[in-house]
Design a protein around this ligand. Structure first.
Ligand SMILES: Nc1ncnc2c1ncn2[C@@H]1O[C@H](COP(=O)(O)OP(=O)(O)OP(=O)(O)O)[C@@H](O)[C@H]1O
Ligand SMILES: O=c1ccn([C@@H]2O[C@H](COP(=O)(O)O)[C@@H](O)[C@H]2O)c(=O)[nH]1
Ligand SMILES: [Mg+2]
Length: 235
């Protein structure tokens, strides 16, 4: 079951309607404006044309926790656009971009790519899409990632999903994935788990304190997990 952690802002608390539809009602049909007054101005104008901010869901969880799998279900059922930060970085490697070699080495080591590189890729993907609702999967992975996103994009996510899964299950899933990823091996997974605990969990805790976090039990079958996710988005 998912659990919204800490306090509920009034906008989200009293109705039986889903969080997404409540925000939709409050902010106009398909137009999303940022809800936070604490956000810094973006460095450059233009990420969100005409000041319109899309509905952003960050999707967090350790390596192999099922983020990508559940994002695909959310896309199928609720029409979000899925932006996986890891996929955007892997595309940079395949397109031989100037940062390609650095990104490849960083991913092989299970470390974190410099924040500006990742945020600019996310920014470009949002700008070039017609969508008004995005799942940003596997980002932010560090507090520094989060702050860089806020500085460059000038917005916070509307909600954050966190797939909670025991490390032994995550390792098993990653080592069984067999999609040819350079980081799906025992050594890199160990490092990724270390980084997840040390650097990514503080980000999860930050959003819990802000009342934006949905913690979802990431164990069980894919169907069982999706049934925990569905009510967050269902009307
Ligand atoms: N509930 C589940 N039970 C068993 N296997 C699963 C489950 N959900 C996903 N998997 C499988 O586990 C592997 C990892 O899942 P997925 O790629 O969705 O994780 P992820 O959180 O995106 O991982 P990463 O951070 O490494 O990209 C995949 O091979 C996927 O098919
Ligand atoms: O914001 C991000 C996202 C990813 N990375 C690097 O990519 C790999 C793989 O990411 P997945 O989300 O598991 O596909 C990750 O281990 C990091 O090395 C990143 O640096 N920053
Ligand atoms: Mg993934």
């Amino acid at each position: 079951m998912w659990r919204r952690t800490t306090w509920l802002p009034p906008l989200f608390s009293s109705s039986k309607r889903s969080l997404v539809s409540q925000i939709q009602g409050a902010y106009g049909l398909r137009i999303w404006r940022t809800m936070s007054s604490e956000i810094q101005k973006p460095e450059e104008d233009g990420t969100f044309p005409r000041g319109i901010t899309p509905f952003i869901t960050f999707v967090l969880g350790g390596p192999g926790s099922g983020k990508g799998t559940q994002c695909a279900r959310i896309v199928e059922n609720f029409g979000f656009t899925h932006l996986s930060a890891g996929d955007l970085l892997r595309q940079e490697i395949s397109s031989n971009s100037e940062n390609g070699a650095m990104i490849l080495n960083t991913i092989k080591d299970g470390k974190i790519v410099p924040s500006e590189v990742t945020v600019k890729l996310i920014q470009k993907a949002i700008e070039s899409s017609e969508s008004h609702k995005f799942l940003i999967d596997g980002f932010p992975r560090t507090e520094e990632n989060r702050l860089t996103y806020e500085r460059i994009i000038g917005a916070e996510p509307n909600i954050v999903l966190f797939f909670d899964c025991p490390p032994e299950e995550m390792v098993k899933r990653v080592l069984n994935r067999r999609q040819g990823r350079v980081d799906d091996n025992a050594n890199t997974v160990k490092e990724r788990l270390k980084i997840f605990r040390a650097l990514s969990l503080p980000v999860v805790n930050y959003y819990a304190k802000k009342g934006k976090l949905y913690k979802i039990d990431g164990t069980g079958t894919e169907d069982e997990i999706f049934e925990r996710v569905r009510p967050i988005f269902a009307a």
